[in-house]
Ligand binder design. Structure first.
Ligand SMILES: NC(=O)c1ccc[n+]([C@@H]2O[C@H](COP(=O)([O-])OP(=O)(O)OC[C@H]3O[C@@H](n4cnc5c(N)ncnc54)[C@H](O)[C@@H]3O)[C@@H](O)[C@H]2O)c1
Length: 450
C-alpha cells in the first residue's frame, strides 16, 4: 500500500504548508530557476545557521561563485542567527523558513541544516519553487519523506546534495576505490559500528513541566511539523533533539548515513529486502541506547552471493568481536567504522581515517590507491552552474537514507523480520507497517508532497 499521505501537490496543499497565495499561484520550477551567466553567482539562503549549519554555510560560501543572500534561524542569539548575520550583514534575516519561501526572488539555492524532523518540509517546498537544495543527513525523518525528496529532485530537475561530507574525503573515496578495484575480491558480508556514548540522551522519558522560552528562541517554529510540547532547556534545542523520536532517529539516524555511505557506494547497494533489529526496546519518546540491526540486500556485481548482509552495531562499547569478523586478535579495529569482508581479504574502513587491509601480512606490499578529496560544498555550487556534478544527490542519498530509516523502524520493533518492497513502497511484517513509513504533521507545516 502506498502511504495515505501520497496526495499530489496542489495549490491547496502548498497553502496548507504556509506559503502565501501570491507565491503558490502559478508557481513552477521554470518560474524561478535560470541559467547562469559566465560571471554570475549562485544566491544562497541558509535555513539553520548555527551548529552544523554554520560550517555548511561557511564551506559553501567559500566558493567564489556563491553569494549569501538570506539567513533563516529560529534562534536570534549569537551562536545561531546572530553569528551568521554578523558574518553576512547584507543578507536578509528571517526566523520562519515559510516566510523565506515567500520571497523566492531572493535566492537560487538553499542549505537546510535544521534538526532532522525539519529537513523535508523546507527542502520539498524549495524544490517546488525550482530551488537547488543541499540538505543535512539523514536526508529526512521518515522513509516516505526520503522517497518524496528523491522524486521531487527528479521532477523539478534541481541540483541536490546531502550533507554526508565524508563521502568526499580521501578516506571514504579510497575505500570505495579499493572495493571497486577488487582488492578484497567479492564482498561476502559487512559489519559497521558506532559505539560512542549518546551524550544527547539526558533523560529516559518526556519530562514533566515547562520553562520560559528564552526571548531569542522561536519555539513554535522550532517544533515545526512535530506535535507541540513545552520548551525545556538542555532537553531539545540545540543538539539534544537527537534523543527524541519526534525529532530524530537516534544514533543510527545520526551516523548511519556517514558510516554506511562508503559501504552503500562500494557495493552499489540499492534497497534492502529485509531488516531485523535486536535492541532493548524503546518507549514512545526516546531512542534506544543500544541496537544491532541487520539488513539483507540483493547481491550486486560487487558481492560474492545472490544476497549480502550488512550489520550495524551501536551503543556504548558495542562492537563486533574479532571472531565475528574472522580477524586475528591483534588486528586493531577502528573506533567506529566498518569491516567489509571479501573473498580475498577484509577492508577496515575507519570513520574519517584511511582504510586498512587485512590480513596484514597478505597485503604488506599492497599499494593503496589514495584518492583525492572532492569539495562536497563548492561542488554543489559548481553543479548548479553546470561545471560539476554532485555525488550525494538525492538519487543516491535518498535510497541510502531509506535504508537507514528502515533500520530505525526495526529498532522500534525488535526481533521482528520486516520485509521491504522498495519499488512498491510496501513494508510488511508488523501490524500497521505503512504507518511506520510516515508520521503525522502539525497543521500549518504540512510538506509539499510531489
Ligand atoms: N554532516 C555532519 O557531519 C553533521 C554533523 C552534525 C550535525 N549534522 C546534521 O546537521 C543538522 C543540524 O544538527 P546540529 O547538531 O547542528 O543541530 P543544532 O540543534 O545544534 O543546530 C541546528 C540549528 O538550526 C536552527 N534551527 C532549528 N530549527 C530550525 C528551523 N525550523 N528553522 C530554522 N532554523 C532552525 C537552530 O537554531 C540551530 O542554529 C542535523 O540534521 C544533523 O544530523 C551533520
Amino acid at each position: 500500500m502506498r502511504s495515505p499521505r501520497r496526495a499530489p501537490l496542489s495549490r491547496r496543499s502548498l497553502l496548507k504548508g504556509g506559503l502565501s497565495a501570491g507565491i503558490a499561484v502559478g508557481m513552477s520550477a521554470a518560474s524561478w530557476s535560470r541559467a547562469y551567466g559566465a560571471n554570475e553567482k549562485v544566491r544562497i539562503a541558509s535555513i539553520g545557521c548555527g551548529g552544523k549549519g554554520w560550517s555548511d554555510l561557511l564551506d559553501t560560501a567559500a566558493s567564489e561563485w556563491a553569494q549569501v543572500t538570506a539567513l533563516c534561524d529560529i534562534d536570534d542569539s549569537m551562536p545561531h542567527l546572530g553569528q551568521a548575520a554578523e558574518k553576512f550583514p547584507e543578507a536578509e534575516r528571517l526566523t520562519d523558513w515559510r516566510r523565506l519561501l515567500d520571497k523566492p526572488q531572493l535566492f537560487d539555492a538553499v542549505i537546510v541544516s535544521t534538526p532532522d524532523h525539519m529537513h523535508a518540509s523546507p527542502s520539498l517546498a524549495a524544490m517546488h519553487l525550482g530551488k537547488h537544495v543541499q540538505c543535512q543527513k539523514p536526508l529526512t525523518h521518515t522513509v516516505f519523506e526520503a522517497r518524496q525528496m528523491r522524486e521531487a529532485a527528479e521532477r523539478f530537475k534541481v541540483v541536490t546534495q546531502m550533507g554526508n561530507q565524508i563521502q568526499s574525503h580521501p578516506a571514504y573515496r579510497t575505500a570505495v576505490k579499493l572495493v571497486h578495484d577488487g582488492a578484497i575480491g567479492k564482498v561476502k558480508e559487512v559489519h559497521a559500528w558506532q559505539p560512542g556514548a549518546m551524550g544527547w540522551r539526558k533523560v529516559d522519558d518526556r519530562p514533566e513541566g515547562t520553562a520560559d522560552v528564552p526571548p531569542t528562541v522561536h519555539w513554535d517554529e522550532w517544533l515545526g511539523v512535530a506535535p507541540s510540547r513545552p520548551y525545556l532547556p538542555e532537553i531539545y534545542h540545540p543538539f539534544n533533539w537527537r534523543a527524541w523520536q519526534d525529532f530524530s532517529n537516534g544514533q543510527l539516524g545520526d551516523f548511519g548515513c556517514h558510516i554506511l555511505d562508503p559501504v552503500f557506494m562500494a557495493l552499489e547497494l540499492t534497497a534492502p529486502r529485509t531488516v531485523r533489529a535486536s535492541s532493548p526496546g524503546v518507549n514512545r519518546e526516546v531512542w534506544a541506547l543500544k541496537s544491532l540491526v541487520s539488513w539483507e540486500f540483493p547481491g550486486t556485481k560487487r558481492t560474492a552471493g545472490p544476497t549480502v548482509n550488512v550489520h550495524w552495531y551501536d551503543g556504548e562499547g558495542h562492537v563486533p568481536t574479532h571472531e565475528r569478523l574472522s580477524l586475528a586478535a591483534d588486528v586493531v579495529l577502528p573506533g567506529s567504522g566498518s569491516a567489509i569482508i571479501g573473498t580475498e581479504g577484509t577492508l577496515l574502513v575507519p570513520h574519517v581515517e584511511m582504510p586498512r587491509l587485512a590480513p596484514t601480512e597478505k597485503f604488506a606490499s599492497f599499494e593503496i590507491p589514495v584518492q583525492d578529496a572532492r569539495n562536497h560544498y563548492t561542488s554543489w555550487i559548481d553543479a548548479i552552474r553546470g561545471t560539476d556534478q554532485t555525488t550525494s544527490h538525492f538519487g543516491y542519498s535518498a535510497p541510502l537514507t531509506e535504508t537507514v530509516l528502515l533500520g530505525t523502524i526495526a529498532i522500534r520493533h525488535p526481533d521482528t523480520l520486516l520485509t521491504w518492497n522498495a519499488p512498491g513502497f510496501v513494508l510488511s511484517g508488523v501490524p500497521h507497517a505503512a504507518e511506520l513509513l510516515t508520521k503525522p504533521y502539525r497543521g500549518g507545516w504540512m510538506p509539499a508532497w510531489v
